[in-house]
Design a protein around this ligand. Sequence first.
Ligand code: BF8
Length: 654
Amino acid sequence: MRYRYPKLNAEMPDRADVLDLTPSAALPPLVEHMASCDLPCYLDRSDAQQRLCSWGLDGTCCRRCLWGPCRVTDSKPGICGAGPAQVVMGNHLRMVAAAAAAHGSHARARLETILAVTEGREEGPLRGMDRVRWLAERLGVPQANAGAPRPDLDLAREVTLALYDDLSKARPGPMRLLHACAPPERLERWRELGVLPTSTMAEVFESLHRTTLGTDSDWRNTALQELRLALAFFWGAVVPASFASEILYGRPSPTSGEVGFGMLARGRGVKVAVHGHLPVAAEALLAAAEEPEILAEAEAAGADGFDFYGICCSGQELLARHGVPSVTGILGQEFALATGALDALVVDLQCVVPAIMPVARAKGTVVVTTHESNRLEGAVHMPAEPGALPEVARKILKLACDAHRLRAGTATCVPAVTAPARGGFDDETVLEAFGGANELLALLRRGDITGLATLVSCNTPKVPFERSNVVLAKELLRRGVLITTTGCAAHALLDAGLTADAARDLCAPQLRGALERAALPPVIPVGACVDNTRTMFLWLRLAEAAGTSLSALPLFYVGAEPGNEKALGMGMAFLAHGVNVLSGFPIPVPVPSAEHIPGAAADDMRRVANPVADFFSREAVSALGARIVVEPAPELAAGVIHMDFKRKRWALGW
Ligand code: BF8
């Protein structure tokens, strides 16, 4: 590939490399189409940024105070005296704090919607009362009052407030859900390490505090704060966001259909894509689109109803709950608009890049923002607040109808690329399909399944579009690894057809047999990024059945194409739980390099010490039973994971 970064043990693609190496058949024609419309795409912007700043890639640029910015090395500390380890660790902590704030805001928005329903400000019902009762039992919330069952909304309100407390309380005290659900072995380790958190917001606050000028100058202590924050991130933000969605809209159920850019050419409706993370506005749009008055608007605009599509995590949510076709992940959003097929793009929170606006303008697509945190210059803003949802949804669909009318005759360029797909799984459906945790464990013991990996997080311009996720998944299936997926990684795997039953042919024979008997696809999509909750609970059930810890089992968390800060936070959370983490790119912690040993033979090299990388890749094993591995080449990454699974299996006597 064109751009080489020997210091990172990595290379990055230019535009030509991407077009050559991407597994996506839809991307090359879309890139060409954007160029023909004189619209720059991410490949142009990425090339314009090369070579990337090596200080930034290493995490050794400190711009946290106003004395610098300082570019820090061992021999040239920052003006305050901070060395590289402290700067790297502090920068990393701030990224994970941003991640916790992002998933925390996401959780808060969903919890507020539940509270609005329980207070009568928003229409119900709550379709996930089973989850409410499950949580009530775990959290010790009484389910009866004077011998009579508590009314649903009353119980839901108390459970929601307990989750809200884990997200937001300021005064020290245990996080209830973490203590109720984490395995005793982990609680003990976290207690020994002193990393039990107070709440997501409290740990974000403390992390920002510790990284101010002249505060925490012991980088190991900062690393411990990162573990504390990662636990708060997971149990106070990620898990509540996932459960809140279930409480509002019910559990997903297995679904099948087709996905990909080519779906944008299907149907004769007003075409509306939903993008972001909160299903709140999306669900209201789907409901409003059934109303006779709104259908009449579509007809008057010359359309046959509405065609909905999903992008990024909203795409995963809508696929799981409604079978709505997902189109693409974060790097594909501008291409979805460039097709010219969309009348409206409705966005809520996060991963909505500003580059979409010139494309939307050029194609006459109306962009609607629905959340105050996530505005775009030139977009129509229609806050989708609890209490106003049905009415706002109707207004948005009317705008989409207007855009459809105005755009009549607009030329489109939709590559005829679709893939059959399945979705809508969660931990329960996977376990039921295998016949329960003990049966799944038996398959694992017998070697029909060599291990379990979850392929998650984003896409990044640092690798050819979607390639790392797709290559890695195929390599792991070939080695008998059972894969779950979420987020933009899931988009890549859906688009590559790896969630369709036919792709079982790519699996090792025993895995294929197990999947056929369970009627499961080779790669199992379990939802949006916050639904990594489902993989964690699946793995916890397995560990419970095995009577061992997560760290003893052949499990791997894989972020092959990390992009958003949220990907870092999620990796840290799985690490804290004892799960090995593979990152497909430096994150940004300097990669330990090698240097020539003076006076020795020309090829004698020694590994150069790097305290932070050592901490996460070696020392963490004794503290947590897990470590972080960085391997940009997906073919090699699969080998690393497989080797680790073999070692774990030997240790277990399997
Ligand atoms: O939370 S995978 S780019 S869309 S951060 Fe964003 Fe990454 Fe996509 Fe969903 Ni997750």
